[in-house]
Design a protein around this ligand. Structure first.
Ligand code: PLP
Length: 381
């Protein structure tokens, strides 16, 4: 059976087999989809889909836990369903958390729209390892990061972050959506809790809304009642779709990472491009840390058009690569963060972050590299 400590080749086996239940032959090889929302309770067991206790929950949670090298997991109805459960379960009003600057906009919206008005307190961390400890107070319960970040692809030193959190007895949380467990397994670097928008790479076909939480058993047991309370459990049909998608996760992400690296190198050499942000490039400021903690560099990259290029035209000229706000699918998509994910920020805030109209984010798919390059080169011509 797959052992999370094994070489990376075993990740492929885990994608296919981890979590699977050997069922009676008449059910075949695939997990049957439990569609019922009503169950007989007279055997003493209380079964109900929101309680996250169907066969499909069990199988998918075990699979994603094994992929992340975690003891236990939960599968939620969206990434935000998982992220909400973290704050609501691990903090109460008056408590404090440290957040990496520039977390996903939905996470920031949850914090500003619900948690701060309810008395939760937060500090923003600039990602400098030397600054983290000074932000932790006796009321701090958790630190939350993303790595690489969206859309600037900054890399956080996971081992150092987890060590500081452990020293201060607070929970370290990472949103691992951009990397996936194929590329980065934060639990191996000391993180306590890994959250995903499964809507992205885990689902991988741009047709599924879901999320996951993985960590040690005690932590997942603290989160479970909140997932149930918030109504965040995923339904049986989508659990099965997620299980099916996860079987090809390693294949997809390896191809996406290879395409991203190749495109990053070609874009960097193109005279219409000012800057390429991809941790796989040796001149990326986080490259050395990325090499240490990532296995490949993932399928996400950003680039900045040169001054002479009109940024309004690029999206109109591309034919194969489609504009889209989400990411992680088998098809390559492009977004202009200033007009999509970061459109709600003020101009000043966007300038502070370095997100202007010339910045584009690519989510590379699994298509042929020459077809992708042909499209991009035409777009840049
Ligand atoms: C990095 C990251 N985390 C979390 C989320 C939220 O996930 P969902 O849309 O599945 O709720 C997203 C969605 O775009 C994301 O990109």
């Amino acid at each position: 059976m797959y052992n999370p400590a094994d070489q990376n080749t075993s990740m492929d086996t885990a994608c296919v087999h981890a979590g699977e239940e050997k069922l009676e032959a008449r059910f075949g090889l695939n997990t049957p989809v439990v569609t019922s929302s009503a169950f007989d309770y007279t055997d003493g067991e209380v079964r109900y889909p929101r309680y996250h206790n169907s066969l499909n929950h069990q199988v998918v949670a075990a699979k994603i836990a094994q992929l992340e090298g975690a003891e236990s997991g939960l599968v939620t109805a969206s990434g935000m369903g998982a992220i909400s459960a973290i704050f609501m379960a691990l903090m109460k009003p008056g408590d404090h958390a440290v957040l990496l600057d520039g977390l996903y906009g939905g996470t920031t919206d949850l914090i500003e729209g619900l948690l701060i008005p309810s008395g939760f307190r937060f500090s923003i961390w600039d990602g400098d390892p030397d600054h983290l400890a000074s932000l932790i107070t006796p009321h701090t319960r958790l630190v939350m990061v993303e790595s690489p970040t969206n859309p600037l692809m900054q890399v956080v030193d996971l081992e150092h972050t987890a060590a500081v959190a452990r020293e201060h007895d607070i929970v370290s949380v990472i949103d691992n959506t951009f990397a996936t467990p194929v590329v980065q397994r934060p639990i191996e670097h000391g993180f306590d809790l890994v959250v995903h928008s499964g809507t992205k790479y885990l689902g991988g076909h741009s047709d599924l809304l879901c999320g996951t939480l993985t960590g040690n058993r005690a932590l997942i047991e603290r989160l479970h009642p909140m997932v149930v309370r918030l109504g965040s459990s995923l339904n049986g049909q989508d659990l099965y779709l997620l299980e099916r998608s996860l079987k090809t996760l390693a294949l997809r992400v390896r191809q996406q990472s290879a395409n991203a690296l190749e495109l990053a190198q070609r874009l960097e050499a193109h005279d219409s491009i000012d800057e390429v942000l991809y941790p796989g490039l040796p001149d990326h400021p986080g490259h050395a840390i990325a090499v240490k903690q990532m296995n490949g560099f993932g399928g996400m990259l950003s680039f900045r058009l040169g001054e002479k290029r009109d940024p309004t035209q690029l999206l109109e000229v591309l034919e194969l690569i489609r504009p889209a706000i989400s990411l992680g699918g088998v098809e390559t998509t492009i977004s202009q963060p200033s007009r999509s994910s970061h459109a709600k920020l003020s101009e000043t805030e966007r300038q502070r972050l370095g997100i202007d109209d010339r910045l584009f984010r690519l989510s590379t798919g699994i298509e042929g590299i020459e077809d992708l390059w042909h499209d991009l080169r035409n777009g840049l011509a």
